[in-house]
Ligand binder design. Structure first.
Ligand SMILES: NC(=O)c1ccc[n+]([C@@H]2O[C@H](COP(=O)([O-])OP(=O)(O)OC[C@H]3O[C@@H](n4cnc5c(N)ncnc54)[C@H](OP(=O)(O)O)[C@@H]3O)[C@@H](O)[C@H]2O)c1
Length: 520
């Protein structure tokens, strides 16, 4: 007799059963008194501790220039967890356990003696694994990566040979270079001291649940994947909009701009996940191979073609949510005549079999009306018979929107008959929301990424050839802008969805931007 279990329909495929075992290790954070450590790294490590996902034993050493005691650093970090962590509160018992494993090492990155002190501190932990299994997190400026790695190598804390007891890994933060040449140079410098397999280039976007879900959504659902290509897809829009202006980050932003800060990494990474071919397995290298293949298929513009394909903008003063906002050029540490772009909209083409002729529109900007990240896959319209003949452009083409943040979810848009005796059609939505389906469990991206780095799983980190492929796409755009000051038409008032040129870019192919909407 056949028995049917009512739960059968909701069975979960637990790929995570295959998670590697975490081994005891020490994490050394360079730049331990900085913003990133207080706002992201330590809150993430604390949450991993509270959910018992960290190895035991484990030690965390903070390395920075300022004099302070272990106690000072612990207090500073506790305040950081209370202010910035997703829980915003600290359980005194769990914090005491966690804080007992935090140690501070004072020193300058250039001082050889400081690394000897670090080495002694590690040796004092006693346990062999705590001395041999080392995760070095470089929360420092990229110009300091090679200096730190060089010293670690000379003090034998970082060993490039892969054999031998223990493991050592380097996690490096963005920005990874400022162009292809500097990224290559950085790669060459780092790989003198560490094998590529030991280098974990972080792009925190890849740690987001919704970004990871792009692959699950595409490759575990037959109904969508069959439509995923030039036969059915008209175009794709990827939007990462920010309501905030540059605020106190003007000094950094003047060197970066939206193209380097967002397009080269986050937006191209999301595009790679949306457009790549299925990998042959879920191994890190198989997934990263497909991302690289996709990025190398993106058409590289000659600088003379850039004006027809890429639009930049800079915000002027305006208003958001009824509050006045200053122009970018009036922000602290921004040059009054700055030509740095705070907005980019680009049309990219992918020259491969699946996507030939399908435009991918990517845009990002600051001081926009809403903070949201989403991917909209716009399908081709129905043939111009039956309803389309009468409804014309009012008959919406189908679309799938992957909302990456906030209000994470997926929406399918299709047409339905309005109830009644006449034939009226209007777009309706089917919606899946992460919160309503799974509850409000949204771990910070850094939690997942730190755990993966400790486990040695590089899937969500960027490989050398990926970084270089992304810079190859972005460099000619930068070159095209180099000697061209921003024009008046490139400006947009804070609180608007970018300069007019961004609309014209899509209008050239009868497309229009679909702006992210606030949650209902
Ligand atoms: N903050 C973020 O959210 C964020 C996000 C993505 C990427 N990043 C990147 O991550 C890196 C760190 O950012 P951050 O915001 O944390 O920077 P930050 O607040 O300026 O902190 C820099 C840290 O580096 C230390 N440091 C600098 N020079 C040193 C030296 N010569 N010797 C020893 N320690 C030195 C500082 O120590 P002292 O204070 O003791 O001098 C401080 O702990 C940057 O490359 C940034 O672009 C940051």
């Amino acid at each position: 007799m056949e028995t049917s279990d009512p739960l059968d329909e909701l069975l979960t495929c637990r790929l995570n059963l295959g998670r590697k075992k975490v081994e005891p290790c020490s994490v050394v954070i360079f730049g331990a008194s900085g913003d990133l450590t207080a706002r992201k790294l330590v809150p993430a490590l604390y949450h991993l501790h509270t959910s018992k996902q960290l190895p035991s034993p484990m030690r965390i050493i903070g390395f920075a220039r300022r004099e302070k005691t272990n106690e000072d650093w612990r207090e500073e970090l506790r305040a950081g967890v209370e202010t910035f962590s997703r829980a915003k509160r600290v359980d005194p018992k769990l914090w005491a356990e966690f804080a007992g494993n935090l140690f501070y090492c004072q020193g300058d990155f250039s001082d050889e003696n400081a690394y000897t002190r670090l080495s002694k501190q590690l040796a004092a932990f006693g346990d062999e694994a705590l001395r041999r299994n080392l995760l070095f997190y470089l929360a420092t400026a990229p110009a300091q990566f090679a200096e730190v790695a060089g010293h670690l190598s000379r003090t034998r804390l970082l060993r490039r040979d892969e054999e031998g007891p223990g493991w050592q890994r380097l996690v490096v933060e963005k920005p990874f270079g400022t162009d292809l040449a500097s990224a290559r140079q950085l790669n060459t410098e780092l790989t003198r001291f560490a094998h590529e397999k030991q280098i974990y280039r972080i792009d925190h976007y890849l740690g987001k649940e919704t970004v990871q879900n792009i692959l699950m959504f595409r490759f575990s659902n037959a109904i969508f994947e069959r439509l995923w290509g030039r036969d059915s897809v008209d175009h794709v829009q990827i939007t990462v909009s920010e309501k905030l202006g540059v605020g106190s980050r003007g000094g950094y932003y003047e060197q970066a701009g939206a193209l380097r800060d967002m397009v080269q990494n986050h937006l191209l990474q999301v595009m790679a996940l949306v457009a790549m071919e299925p990998p042959v397995s879920l191994e890190a290298e198989a997934i990263r191979d497909e991302k690289v293949k996709l990025l190398t298929a993106v058409r590289i513009y000659d600088p003379s073609q850039v004006p027809q394909a890429v639009v930049r903008g800079q915000y002027t003063d305006g208003e958001i949510d009824g509050q006045p906002r200053v122009a970018y050029r009036q922000e602290p540490k921004v040059a009054p005549g700055s030509n740095v772009e705070t907005y980019v909209a680009a049309k990219f083409l992918v020259d491969n079999w699946r996507w030939s002729g399908v435009p991918f529109y990517l845009r990002t900007g600051k001081s926009l009306p809403l903070s949201a990240s989403e991917v909209r896959v716009q399908f081709r319209p129905t043939p111009n018979v039956l309803f389309a003949a009468q409804c014309g452009p009012k008959l919406d083409a189908n679309a799938i929107t992957l909302r990456l943040q906030p209000d994470e979810g997926i929406t399918l848009r299709f047409n339905g008959k309005v109830p009644g005796t006449t034939i009226q059609i209007r777009p309706v939505r089917m919606h899946f929301g992460y919160d309503s389906e799974f509850g409000a469990y949204t771990p910070e991206a850094y939690e997942r990424l730190l755990l993966d780095a400790i486990e040695g799983d590089a899937t969500l980190f960027i490989r050398r050839d990926e970084v270089e492929a992304a810079w190859s796409i972005v460099d000619p755009i930068r070159q095209a802008w180099a000697d061209q000051p921003l024009a008046h038409a490139d400006s947009y008032p804070a609180g608007m969805w970018g300069p007019k040129g961004a609309d014209d870019l899509l209008a050239a192919r009868n497309h229009t931007w679909r702006n992210p909407q606030p949650a209902n």
